[in-house]
Write a protein of this length. Structure first.
Length: 86
């Protein structure tokens, strides 16, 4: 009989190892604690959905005008003319 390397025997793939059973599920949480996670998840998803669907950006007109080249350039506004009106 030949000694195996480091005193270990090779893996025998013909023997199927036993499959352990899964543990039982944890008991349900008592009282209102079982509703906290689903309620907070629903509130978070509802808030995200509301702001995602109702995204009325105030700067949309400005940026669309800027992409068309119609937006005011720096220094082109009429506020600077008040100093020169004296």
């Amino acid at each position: 009989f030949v000694d195996n390397i480091f005193g270990m025997r090779p893996v025998d793939y013909t023997v199927i190892p036993p499959i352990p059973k899964s543990p039982p599920p944890p008991p349900p949480k008592p009282g209102m604690r079982k509703y906290i996670f689903p309620a907070s998840l629903a509130v978070a998803l509802g808030t995200f959905g509301y702001f995602y669907l109702n995204n009325k950006n105030d700067n949309f007109e400005y940026w669309s005008a800027m992409q068309r080249g119609e937006a005011l350039q720096m220094g082109d506004d009429d506020d600077d003319d008040e100093e020169n009106d004296e």
